[in-house]
Design a protein around this ligand. Structure first.
Ligand code: NAD
Length: 177
């Protein structure tokens, strides 16, 4: 029988427990999931501190922590392109064939539904705390960010000196003030 394959695309800056819970839920409904690491070309910026490679390690190790069978997912980095009207074709070029997209992002929803894909809204898990913005805010303010992310994200942060990187990126140059 043909496999039901879906996609979830996110910047994952960084990978947090909301991403992992939603992935767990989606895997109850479909055979295989493509996890797109979005804005792959951007790193070392305040809202996007981590490289695509670093985010791939966070995600693959977090999936291993959850004991997800590796034959059920693909992790694919995806650069942004300037042209929204052809972004869906760009994503299709990079991925195995899929028929369903899970997204809470209204632009992503609009672009994929115009191309005839089934768009599903994933359930939101504690969005107030489980968001990349909140994780990054807590890291910069020395608050408990560790409770919001899988162990894999903490390990990668240690490996790459992620806290120091984020703090350095947040220091404004005199010329910016
Ligand atoms: P994100 O990391 O904020 O979220 C990714 C997904 O995870 C979302 O769809 C959301 O539903 C889910 N999620 C996050 N927190 C959750 C929680 N607490 N509970 C449940 N689910 C949760 O990423 P995003 O901003 O949606 O990513 C879209 C990507 O697509 C970006 O990289 C963007 O640049 C890219 N994009 C590119 C183009 C272009 O290149 N022209 C156009 C549109 C989108």
């Amino acid at each position: 029988m043909q496999k039901v394959r879906a996609i979830l695309i996110g910047r994952m800056q960084p990978v947090h427990n909301g991403h992992m819970q939603v992935i767990n839920k989606i895997l109850e409904d479909v055979d295989e999931l493509i996890i797109g690491i979005g804005s792959a070309q951007i790193s070392h910026e305040q809202k996007d501190p981590f490289t695509a490679g670093e985010r791939i390690v966070m995600m693959s190790q977090a999936l291993a922590e959850m004991d997800v069978d590796p034959s059920r997912y693909y992790i694919i980095p995806m650069q942004d392109i300037n042209f929204n009207a052809i972004w869906v074709s760009h994503v299709k070029m990079l991925t195995p064939p899929f028929s369903i997209i899970y997204t809470g992002n209204s632009l992503v929803k609009q672009l994929f539904s115009e191309e005839g894909f089934e768009v599903r809204q994933p359930p939101l898990y504690d969005r107030l705390h489980l968001s990349g913005t909140e994780v990054r805010r807590r890291i910069l303010n020395d608050e408990n960010w560790q409770e919001l992310v899988p162990k894999a994200t903490i390990d990668v942060m240690d490996e790459i000196n992620g806290i120091e990187r984020m703090k350095n990126l947040s220091i404004k140059e005199i010329s910016d003030i």
